[in-house]
Design a protein around this ligand. Sequence first.
Ligand SMILES: Nc1ncnc2c1ncn2[C@@H]1O[C@H](COP(=O)(O)OP(=O)(O)OP(=O)(O)O)[C@@H](O)[C@H]1O
Ligand SMILES: [Mg+2]
Length: 267
Amino acid sequence: MQQDTINLKNVSFAYRKDRPILKNITMNVPRGKITAIMGGSGSGKTTILRLISGQIQAEHGIVNVFGENLRNLSAANTHEIRKKLGLLFQLGALFTDMNVAQNVAFPLQEHSNLPQSFINKVVAMKLEAVGLTGTQDLMPNQLSGGMARRVALARAIALDPELMLYDEPFTGLDPISLNTIAMLIKKLNTSLKQTAVLVTHDIAATMEIADYIYFMANGEIIAHGTPEEIKSTTNPAVKQFINGEINGTFEYKYPSKLSYQHYLGQA
Ligand SMILES: Nc1ncnc2c1ncn2[C@@H]1O[C@H](COP(=O)(O)OP(=O)(O)OP(=O)(O)O)[C@@H](O)[C@H]1O
Ligand SMILES: [Mg+2]
């Protein structure tokens, strides 16, 4: 039985030829563990999740998920992998013409032949897990931002996927909801042995629930280790990030030759 749910080997990727985004990324996600990816905005975290979920293809290197090389996968195998994978998108929108219950039920209806009465029970359980009991009949425009995020999470975990990819699951949540969701991620991991990749900027939550952390800057992995190892790192960029310092070696700017004045029409 394979040890790792995901292996990335020397992976490079660019959306545009002249601008490499990921450079020689090697990363392992062990089965049943929570692996976090942290790093500055634009460093390539969401791009890695897109590679793992097969939305984009690596230019160089190998992306292995559930022991399958995504490069030479049949449509049938892709479908099998999709069934085992839950995704919480960073900008994950709900279906605006469906109520909360229909949104959460969607993956169950797509991938299973369960009777409606059973689906209703699963929906109620998942909504309870994200702290939204009784919201079944609300439409997305009747939800707050944080509630919508949690409904999206309930939808992502509806099928109890073996592998969950979370892209910024804590964004827009108050501290209590944030802890509820962090504990839910941990619980899914311990009780279902669910493997998770967690992309987040929340350092406290990551240190609490992650088993291993990869740190990215400008499309490269600059550090990796257990939360304890990361806390005691001597890497200046990682230290700067963890402590939220403004000045340091971290590059947060989008590489552009056009100046602020240009956009004011003065260039
Ligand atoms: N569809 C796209 N087409 C072209 N460039 C893109 C596309 N998506 C992302 N990029 C670029 O790729 C780089 C990495 O983006 P990515 O979304 O992976 O960053 P991130 O680490 O998830 O950042 P954040 O923390 O802000 O979500 C950015 O410079 C971004 O502008
Ligand atoms: Mg992102």
